[in-house]
Design a protein around this ligand. Sequence first.
Ligand code: ATP
Ligand code: MG
Length: 397
Amino acid sequence: MMYQAFLIKYAEIGIKGKNRHLFEDALVHHIVRALKRVGGTFDVTREMGRIYVRTDGDFDYEGAIEALKTVFGIAGISPVLIIENMDYDNVKAQVAEFVRTVYPEGTPRTFKVVARRPNKKYPHDSMELNADLGEAVLLGCPWMKVDVHNPDVVLSVEVRQSIYVYSETIPGPGGMPVGSNGSAELLLSGGIDSPVAGYMIAKRGVKIDAVYFHAPPYTSERAKQKVVDLAKLVARYAGQIRLHIVNFTDIQMAIYEKCPHEELTIIMRRYMMRIAEIFAGQDGALGLITGESIGQVASQTAQSLLCTNAVCTLPVYRPLIGFDKQEIVDRAQQIGTFDTSILPYEDCCTIFVAKHPVTHPILKVIERSEHKLDDVIEPLMKEAIETTETIVVDGEE
Ligand code: ATP
Ligand code: MG
């Protein structure tokens, strides 16, 4: 393996001053975390506004790239050749060898060398490096041609304590490192949408914890396991997630018995939000996250969203609000949650859905219906919270 390192590129906009350290520390932390899934030993270091991942000996190259692609905050991943022996002839020979290996004879290619010399002690400046290394490549690889305006290959050469050579940048996921932007509580169901919603908010640097409402015996152990599995998949990107599994059966039964059936879903969603806010308080979360999208189902019309939202005091992040279903499906496939999401185990909402749910609920009417629960709801909420099972998942398997 020619590459012994990766140069990690990240967008620097908006991360000046103190935030920059927070951003870089979080990024290093998550790179180390993601690489735990990969065979090999890795050393992650910060050097003058750059992050390098170094390896010694054999490592799983493809696996390392895949893992780095799950780290939010990474804009690009460049596999790097490190030249330790900085003798000029050796550098020229190694650069030519690099091009010969990465771009072997075949289709003709154009290139240019872009050298930088942060280490001013090195006796050759960037102009000289561009010219001499370009010449070395032309001599060593006669199929390559120079094109300084529109080259196929930009050969970057950086002179530091060693010399770093790279020519390729694999796109990272972008976003900001998790933990650099507070935390939020995800309402995670077994569906397609909420794992994608969690992914999207985590991508903005927000740490995630999650709440799942299940309704045994109406929902099975397998439905619950599916949600745990989805949480693990989201954790590959988002890092460790505390998952609160709330037994929602008695609350659902009470709503079912006392409230109009066409309002069941809305009232149930309002109780989910209320309970999620309690766990948000415990977890120090600053917002709630749902997978709602306008008009997708009766409980997500503009009127329904108004009624659901009315019980929340925290901001509710709905990153999918303007997405079509197909766009959400595409994203779920891309991030690897889709196949698990479509496993056919009920989530709690499908058991208690009315045949004709209200699509234009009126807040005052919903509130009036909820009053029918006044005698019973407090102890039921207390019981649900006290019997909640909390597990910690991470994405390291
Ligand atoms: P999803 O695919 O995320 O389940 P959905 O299209 O099935 O969404 P709803 O069932 O109306 O839509 O749920 C809307 C949102 O409410 C979900 O995206 C999720 O954030 C939350 N939610 C629904 N059911 C549950 C549940 N059982 N546990 C936790 N959150 C839930
Ligand atoms: Mg659902």
